[in-house]
Write a protein that binds this ligand. Sequence first.
Ligand SMILES: Cc1cc2nc3c(=O)[nH]c(=O)nc-3n(C[C@H](O)[C@H](O)[C@H](O)COP(=O)(O)OP(=O)(O)OC[C@H]3O[C@@H](n4cnc5c(N)ncnc54)[C@H](O)[C@@H]3O)c2cc1C
Length: 453
Amino acid sequence: MVDLHNRLYDDHAYDLDTEPMSWWRDSCAVPQFLYSPLQDDRISDVAVIGGGVTGLNAALRLARDYGQLVTLLDSGYPGWGASGRNGGFCCLGGSRLSELSIARSLGAEEAHRFQKSQLDAILHVEQMLDQLGLDVDRHSKGELVVAHSPRQAEAMREEAPLLAQKLGVGADFYSPSALKEQGAHISGHYGGLHLKAGFAMHPLKYTTGLATACHEAGVRLCGQSDVLALSYEPTGRVRVHCLEGSVLAKRVLLATNGYSSERCPPVMAGRTLPLLSTILVTRPLSKQEQQAQGWWSDLMAYDSRNLLHYFRLMPDGRFLFGMRGSCNASEAGQKRFESEVRKEFNRLFPAWAGVEHDYFWSGLICMTASGFPYIGPVEGAPNIWAALGYHGNGLAMGSWAGAQAADILASKMRHDALPAAFRQPLKTFPFPALRKLYIRAGILGLGLLDQLP
Ligand SMILES: Cc1cc2nc3c(=O)[nH]c(=O)nc-3n(C[C@H](O)[C@H](O)[C@H](O)COP(=O)(O)OP(=O)(O)OC[C@H]3O[C@@H](n4cnc5c(N)ncnc54)[C@H](O)[C@@H]3O)c2cc1C
């Protein structure tokens, strides 16, 4: 497949025909109706481009709660992108900036609103699961942040009591021996912070459940419908063009995150920075194997590195281990990176060095120049809106952002009612043609920082 969108990575990252077989894909059926392409010319109130958690939450709210006529288009199928292949951590996050720099750039009150939106995002997903009655193999009460250096451990120890005051989230610091007692032992680490917010889930069961709910609410879901161009009618409406059909819509929502096109619309060129994130999943580990390593906790966890590792023991005993740090999405590049990930896994969990991994896959996350997620109009493209840029933490935040975008598009909420963090201009990256270089330099620099004691 040749990518017509001039995107940043090797075509392999966008190739709909060679979707990696993830554990999620192998343990969740994707209904056939999610593959039906757009094959006619139709009219909608809103056309949503991108069927991940952002697009699906937006479409569902627009159709079910506001009675809007919605068409959702995805190049693959709803859930094909990062939303159906992520680590399943429904957790805090969404920005790449530290708390201090957020407070410096937005002021204390807006920084607090941004923090609160992260909790609201988790709550939003919880409500969706309850409302729709979705079984998503949920586990983990909160998340564990493991300190990879004594300095990080000290910072966490000091931070723990403050988090309850600042965020209203319970947080306990555990020494390495206390973690070991709880079955959360990881080699060469210095304790960890248990944040009592968030939970883990099967992400494809979530997106498939959302897509089914959209279908039932009357959303026209179109898989295999790559949007190739957007044009304006004299009325100001936007025509969304696919190979075999089009949608004429009053408004369009770009919910394409790490898979955003550089050409569709052309004003989006250089405004996003996609990054690869990769996951391996082992075969189920026996109770004895879990004991041997000292990890039987069901807490989802990540470490304090800049190039972080994220991991969790899933309900069926498989262990999921994720990592960033690759910028080569070609088949050969991914094969090489698989060995890197495996080496890291073996180093951190030496008792499992001989345990086979059954799955390895990757997907794209999305950074913005401001460092914040963006929900708002696309500058220079009337009636086209975007919700994207969750910096690798979009399962909760993207779900919430989609719902907020729906409120705004249906005129139920003013755009300026959003916390300021989400309204920072979606600027073009400086020298966008050099983004791959930034990524390489970033990986190198952050890797070195992570070596500091
Ligand atoms: C390996 C990995 C692990 C991750 N782990 C976590 C985690 O544990 N917790 C967490 O919070 N976040 C995680 N993330 C990030 C999270 O998955 C994303 O932030 C989130 O899914 C973004 O959702 P989205 O709906 O905005 O975009 P996506 O789910 O990426 O969906 C975008 C969709 O747009 C479609 N599209 C793009 N262009 C077009 C076009 N021209 N026409 C039609 N369709 C188009 C694509 O096909 C795609 O399906 C992870 C990401 C990856 C890749």
